[in-house]
Design a binder for this molecule. Structure first.
Ligand code: NAD
Length: 482
């Protein structure tokens, strides 16, 4: 994008960008990376009208091979740009270079996965009596608005955009205000796809809630695919009620990791250090509560404290760094307040904070662990979204499950034990959309993810990821006796 990039809006195959701009800032050092042009309600309405017109008046919805071709082209362009995009993710988001490259590789894989599925959107047919045919046809649901958060701006766009395009929807995207340059670069990849018809994908930036709210209210939008906090998800649900939009809501989490006394503690500590601290804990599926069997509390605590202490916090571009920065200084302040609160309400096993020296200029915070028993504490109940994890204990399996299910969230969980019957039993009892056994944080295109309870509605990834973007139509034919 050249020296000082500006992220524009994208409507009907054209870049739209005039008027005042807002800054994009590198969270690791506070430098200004570039600017973006925020959209408006008027632009959001225009984008939705273009997507509606394209859906209704072009062959897109009825052209699965064209849709597959576009997705393969996009995957190729993302692949060609992956190193550049990974650098940009590090700069604008603050995560580690290897996490950023992993985000790109996962997104490319997912784009190809949905390119394949685009040609196999299957319905069902049954003959209820000789000559009487019931056809359950799958049709695209219409125009989808995709609202994206900042923590994995490429993956979380692609895992909605892939199935939306594969299903035959047209799209309006609203990226997060913290990561507009990353999003703009992905949109450039899309724009470069020779098979993509104009108007199929449109994108409007913003730095408030005007554009998102306009899309939620728009009569031209049929589906909202939202990834973000449970609080915003509930607002969107309320905003979408008047015109009964279909909702795909991928919301917050508070993943418990249950560690039994027969677990391989080397494996558990390795998995949980990464599972809790990847992306500096700013990921919905982060291991947020370590639930440890009482008999191994001391040994587990000693080991996990040593593992957390050994994580070197630093700039994402430095290969020696083991954890990058938070997204901004407001979040640094918020996490520092939570560390104090954890000391007041529980016992700080490892007290993190703002590192000394040059890193203090960036949004860096070192990891924290705190021991707590109060299930009602907001530190246990609420998503903290940073490198701060509780250690809680249980006596037996029943108590482990009860505690694991004790928050309103149900996105992900993990269980550590060498007893295969136990891990399977506990996986059934935990109310979460994903349960990892003897590992944590494995996400890939083929495996559905989504939330129970306040963690959301619907599933993304996998074959079921298409469902949020498809309608089922029953077509009935009485051909007469054959
Ligand atoms: P957020 O809810 O503040 O914002 C998400 C997106 O919604 C942003 O693009 C934001 O601009 C937009 N938005 C905010 N208010 C809106 C409104 N009233 N109407 C329409 N759009 C609105 O979340 P965030 O801080 O950007 O992201 C972190 C959150 O996302 C965490 O809670 C995390 O758990 C969640 N998350 C969930 C998943 C998942 O798969 N379940 C994945 C990643 C992140």
């Amino acid at each position: 994008m050249g020296g000082s990039p500006t992220a524009l809006n994208y409507l009907n195959g054209e870049w739209i960008g005039s008027g005042p701009t807002a800054e994009s800032v590198n969270p690791a050092d506070g430098s200004v990376l570039g600017r973006y042009v925020p959209g408006s309600k008027a632009l959001a309405d225009q984008a939705a009208a273009i997507a509606r017109e394209t859906f209704e008046r072009t062959a897109w919805a009825a052209s699965p091979r064209l849709r597959a071709a576009v997705l393969y082209e996009l995957a190729d362009r993302l692949e060609a740009a992956k190193e550049e995009l990974a650098d940009l993710i590090v700069a604008e988001n603050g995560k580690l270079r290897r996490e950023a490259l992993g985000e790109m590789m996962g997104s490319i894989s997912e784009t190809r996965y949905y390119a394949g599925l685009a040609r196999t959107v299957l319905g069902r047919t049954l003959e209820t009596a000789p000559g009487n045919f019931s056809m359950m046809n799958r049709e695209p649901a219409g125009v989808a608005a995709i609202i994206v958060p900042w923590n994995a701006p490429v993956t979380l766009l692609i895992r909605s955009l892939g199935p939306a395009l594969a299903a035959g929807c047209t799209v309006v995207i609203k990226p997060a205000p913290q990561t507009p340059l990353i999003h703009h670069r992905v949109m450039q990849c899309l724009h470069a796809c020779p098979s993509l018809p104009k108007g199929v994908v449109n994108s409007v930036n913003e730095n408030g809630i005007e554009v998102g709210a306009a899309l939620v209210a728009s009569d031209d939008i049929d589906v909202i695919s939202f990834t973000g906090s449970s609080r915003t998800g509930k607002r969107i649900m309320a905003g979408a009620a008047p015109n009964l939009k279909r909702l795909s809501l991928e919301l917050g989490g508070k993943a418990p990791a249950v560690v039994f006394d027969d677990a391989d503690l080397d494996q558990a500590c390795r998995e949980l250090t990464n599972g809790a601290l990847m992306m500096a804990g700013q990921i919905c599926i982060a291991a947020a509560r370590f639930l440890v069997q009482k008999s191994i509390e001391k040994e587990f605590t000693d080991r996990i404290r040593a593992a957390f202490s050994a994580v070197r916090v630093g700039p994402g571009r430095d290969p020696e760094s083991g954890m990058g920065s938070l997204i901004d200084h407001d979040n640094r302040t918020r996490i520092c307040r939570l560390i104090e609160q954890a000391g007041d309400e529980g016992e700080l096993v490892l007290k993190g904070g703002v590192p000394d020296g040059p890193l203090s200029r960036g949004a860096f915070v070192t990891p924290s662990l705190f021991r707590i028993d109060d299930l009602h504490s907001e530190l246990v109940q609420e998503e903290l979204f940073g490198p701060i994890v509780s250690i809680e204990t249980f006596e037996d399996e029943l108590e482990a499950v009860t505690k694991a299910n004790a928050t309103k969230y149900g996105l992900a969980a993990s269980v550590f034990s060498l007893d295969i019957n136990r891990v399977m039993r506990v996986s059934r009892a935990i109310r979460a959309g994903t349960v990892w056994l003897n590992c944590h944080s494995r996400l890939f295109a083929e495996g559905e993810t989504g939330g129970y309870r306040h963690s959301g509605l619907g599933r993304l990834h996998g074959v079921e990821g298409l469902n949020d973007f498809l309608e089922t139509k029953h077509v009935y034919l009485e051909a007469g006796a054959v």
